[in-house]
Design a protein around this ligand. Sequence first.
Ligand SMILES: [Zn+2]
Length: 128
Amino acid sequence: MTAPSNATAEDERPRLSAAQAVALTLLRDGSPAATIQRRTGIALQGLYPLAVAWQITAPCGTVEGAECHIARGEDTCKPCQRVKGKADAQARAQRKIRDTRRQVTATRTSHRPQARNGRPRSRHGAAT
Ligand SMILES: [Zn+2]
């Protein structure tokens, strides 16, 4: 009952759909994530592990390149780090704006009593 386990690494690669193959090609050619997602409908977060399996990497000095480094579990190179740092800072700034908006909304509605479910915790299975 022994299954043949001498499969090559290539056989272990996940199969690609046509859209995934196009997405990987675009990724390799340096297309931004937004473009790839728009053209193929594939979110890059799910594509990076595939890119690793198929040994495809986005050009360095792009956010996608940085994500490829991260997906491979290695340190980002200088150009990638710079771009990623900028993108992260931008994301943080956007989050901050969102949080500020939420705080403003919360302040406006704070006169309302909080509808919180303060149910006491029951101890299941705890025998006396
Ligand atoms: Zn790089």
